[in-house]
Design a protein around this ligand. Structure first.
Ligand code: GLU
Length: 446
């Protein structure tokens, strides 16, 4: 709940950022947790730390002109929001999706500040992207778009300044084109300027798998607290992109069974357990739609436009996009016997859904804690680049596992310390916030 002081701060956020519903939602969730923090640390209020954190340090909006395969000129809008650099260079992905506007980038950038703080690694928070729709575009079009995007972005980024990576619509192929253009314009081989690079040219092993694997490691820790595990459990993982694929792979490795995944058109239900290699082939190699899965697997059904959360499961891992679980969906999950929710996507549960989860015994792991493994491994990629070294898969995965265990522990302990035992939302927000707030206090009014 918001006390009087926090209500003033939140109202100011709404007034200063009109029409940015997703950013308001993300800010409200964090601010709502900070009442007990202000009571214990009045200096945070005096120095207006919350007000300052809610105002990005810098916001860049730019034009991206490019020429499509029909020789027509296209114009998109590009964004980079450099939100907070108290802990290190701005760090966060780029999203290419038609829904992108300033409010989406600000919600993602804001969440990234606390997520990155939770990793314990020296990275600030930022996010960027474009309203460009990559669906159906040729490789040539993707390349020309990425080159035009970087032709403006290059002047704002750098290994010690701002380090973008992927998010929805931006994977290895796009990072390659972006890095190539950065290198060409600057005449510098600056590996640490982008993460998610190819393994032959400065990328890190495990980065591709990291967000998905990390989310499963986080849920595994939550289950351990309850004396449980993935073994023999049925899971539903929404989405079928990078996060969903490696979430499902790790769940299978730990003895669980993923029975459904989805894309924006519909979902597939496979009682025998999703064939991950087939999903990889369809999505990563063919860049096709999830409906193609049923042509190869007769045991599976494709439901066009259906609601994946109606499928009974013990573990739900929303790994598609924001606000994909409504309050009603949350009640359905609870009613069907779900015991844990781990968010692979950013803010996939609406505020109503979060309320439902927190009102039950469910172990609910919010995205900024559960999906921090991706950006954490990006920071490990930066470490390897800085030392011109590359680590083995096993070593990097061990580091990731240890980071997720630490994040879980710090969320769990902070929630206890601030009077909300078992509430990982309170734990994550307060723990992440305090690291950033204390660093800002040390650095004066900047
Ligand atoms: N886009 C990812 C996230 O939401 C990863 C960002 C990164 O690796 O910098 O955290």
């Amino acid at each position: 709940m918001l006390n009087e002081k926090l209500t003033v701060v939140f109202n100011e956020v709404i007034a200063r950022n009109p029409g940015e519903a997703e950013f308001h939602q993300a800010a409200q969730e964090v601010i709502e947790c900070l009442g007990p923090v202000l009571t214990r640390h009045p200096e945070i209020g005096r120095h207006k730390i919350i007000n300052r954190i809610c105002e990005p340090e810098r916001q860049i909006i730019f034009r991206i002109p490019w020429v499509d395969d029909n020789n027509e000129v296209q114009i998109n809008r590009g964004f980079r929001v450099e939100f907070n650099s108290a802990l290190g260079p701005y760090k966060g992905g780029l999203r290419f999706h038609p829904s992108v506007y300033l409010g989406i980038i600000k919600f993602l950038g804001f969440e990234q500040i606390f997520k990155n703080a939770l990793t314990g690694l020296p990275i600030g928070g930022g996010k960027g992207g474009s309203d460009f729709n990559p669906k159906g575009k040729s490789d040539g079009e993707i390349m020309r778009f990425c080159q035009s995007f970087m032709t403006e972005l290059y002047r704002h980024i750098g290994e010690h300044t701002d380090v973008p990576a992927g998010d929805i619509g931006v994977g290895g192929r796009e990072i390659g084109f972006l890095f190539g253009q950065y290198k060409r314009i600057t005449n510098r081989y600056e590996s640490g300027v982008l993460t998610g690079k190819g393994l032959d040219w400065g990328g890190s092993l495990v980065r591709t798998e990291a967000t998905g694997y990390g989310s499963v490691y986080f849920v595994d820790e939550m289950l351990k607290v309850r004396g449980s595990s993935f073994e023999g459990k049925t899971a539903v993982v929404s989405g079928s992109g990078n996060v969903a694929i490696y979430t499902s792979e790790k769940i299978h490795e730990l003895g669980g069974k993923v029975v459904a995944c989805s894309d924006s058109n519909g979902y597939i239900h496979d009682r025998d357990g999703i064939d991950i290699e087939l999903v990889k082939q369809i999505k990563e190699v063919q860049r096709g739609r999830i409906s193609e899965y049923v042509q190869e697997r007769k045991s599976a059904k494709y439901i066009e436009g259906g609601n994946i959360w109606e499928i009974p499961c013990e573990i739900a891992m929303p790994s598609a996009t924001e606000n994909e679980i409504s309050g009603k969906d949350a009640k359905t999950l609870v009613g069907n016997g779900c015991i844990a929710v781990g968010e692979g996507a950013n803010m996939p549960s609406t505020p109503e859904a979060v309320k439902v989860f927190l009102g039950t015994e469910i172990a609910y792991g919010p995205g900024k804690a559960a999906n921090a493994g991706g950006v954490a491994t990006s920071a490990l990629e930066m470490q390897q680049n800085a030392s011109r070294d590359s680590w083995t898969f096993e070593y990097t995965d061990r580091r990731l596992r240890a980071i997720m265990k630490n994040i879980h522990e710090s969320c769990y302990e902070t929630a206890e310390e601030y009077g909300s035992p078992g509430n990982y939302v309170v734990g994550a927000n307060i723990s992440g916030f305090l690291k950033v707030a204390n660093s800002m206090l040390s650095m004066g009014v900047i």
